[in-house]
Every structure is written in structure tokens, then in C-alpha cells.
Design a protein. Structure first.
Length: 85
């Protein structure tokens, strides 16, 4: 699984657990609906830290808490081929 896919699955999981739609997440985070949609649809593959910060805040989490889960902790960035490099 790629870094981006892990982030998407984290957002989907948190929304499902908390009964929040993607539209509601956009509203709660102060982000445009298109920003959330682009992340979820994998159009935007490398969300900025400020975007992740806003999403985390919408879930009443810090960025550290948002990124601290098993799938993220098991990923090896050295093994990934970054499209942005």
C-alpha cells in the first residue's frame, strides 16, 4: 500500500467510525469539498501538512495522533518510489 492510500484509508476509517460524511469533514476542517474529494479519489496524491493538520483538527486530533496508527507505522518510506522526487 502506498503512503497516499494509507492516508485515504485513515480518513475513510475515521469518518466511518465517527459517522461523518466527506462533505461534513470538509465543513469541519475548513477545507473545500474538492480538496477532500481529490484526496479520497486519489487525484491529490501528496496532501500538504497544513491540509493534514486541518483534517486532524476536524477529528479533534493532532497531526501526530492522526498519523499514529498501525498501517502508517509499518510503512517503509525507503522502499517507496516517490513520484514527487
Amino acid at each position: 500500500m502506498t503512503y497516499h492510500e494509507i492516508i485515504v484509508e485513515r480518513i475513510k476509517s475515521l469518518c466511518k467510525m465517527r459517522g461523518i460524511s466527506f462533505n461534513k469533514l470538509a465543513s469541519m476542517s475548513g477545507l473545500n469539498q474538492s480538496t477532500i474529494d481529490n484526496i479520497i479519489r486519489r487525484v491529490s496524491k501528496n496532501p500538504r501538512i497544513m491540509t493534514l493538520h486541518k483534517i486532524a483538527n476536524a477529528f479533534s486530533m493532532t497531526v501526530s495522533e492522526f498519523l499514529d496508527f498501525s498501517a502508517m507505522n509499518e510503512v517503509s518510506f525507503e522502499d517507496m518510489n516517490s513520484e514527487d522526487e
